[in-house]
Design a protein around this ligand. Sequence first.
Ligand SMILES: Cc1cc2nc3c(=O)[nH]c(=O)nc-3n(C[C@H](O)[C@H](O)[C@H](O)COP(=O)(O)O)c2cc1C
Length: 202
Amino acid sequence: MPILQPDQIYQLLRNLTSPVVAITSARGGTRNGMIADSAVRASIVPSIPRVSVYIHKFNYSHDLIFETGRFVLHLLRDDQFELIHRLGFASGRTRDKLAGLPHRSGTLGLPVLDDCYAHFECRVANVMDTGSSTCFLGDVLDVGYGSAGQAVGSVMTAAYFRANMPPEWRGEYEALLRAAQQFAAERSRDIRPVIWRSLEQP
Ligand SMILES: Cc1cc2nc3c(=O)[nH]c(=O)nc-3n(C[C@H](O)[C@H](O)[C@H](O)COP(=O)(O)O)c2cc1C
């Protein structure tokens, strides 16, 4: 068997990435949104819909979701590049990334973006620590299509985004990815046991 280099292994692993999703969260009067390409279906039971997503600990969204146990995951259309740039290239720690972006308060009281393919409102059922990130398992409590109606267009995938993002964003995207990889490399071995609140004994 040929020995694969780490970069080759990473390129193979990229085939396992999910659609590009926007994740919103809120705590008190603060609201936020970020982008992730690590969300997948996490249940085969139609009556128990679940998703999972890995969120790096350096992201502001991580703190909001960990502290509130709630998030909204939005599938995006494959023409929503501007939204990905707005939510996924800069942190909301110092500014409101949702300002001016049409949204409403959903069933869980979190921002639901009007313009998306579909959205899933989620309550965290469990978590797994990876050292550098947390994998959140979410029970889907409410679902809806975007304002354009029932599943209009195609869903944005990670591969489509990487291949078609405006060329002037590529340098920034790659620098952000390298910084995230550096953060993860320094912490990935430091896995902590975490018992999610809802699983704690009363
Ligand atoms: C295409 C794309 C995919 C991303 N995937 C993830 C991901 O799966 N997990 C994650 O923690 N961050 C991911 N990010 C990075 C966050 O969206 C980014 O760090 C964002 O600025 C976080 O915002 P916040 O600090 O306001 O939460 C991705 C960014 C892009 C552009």
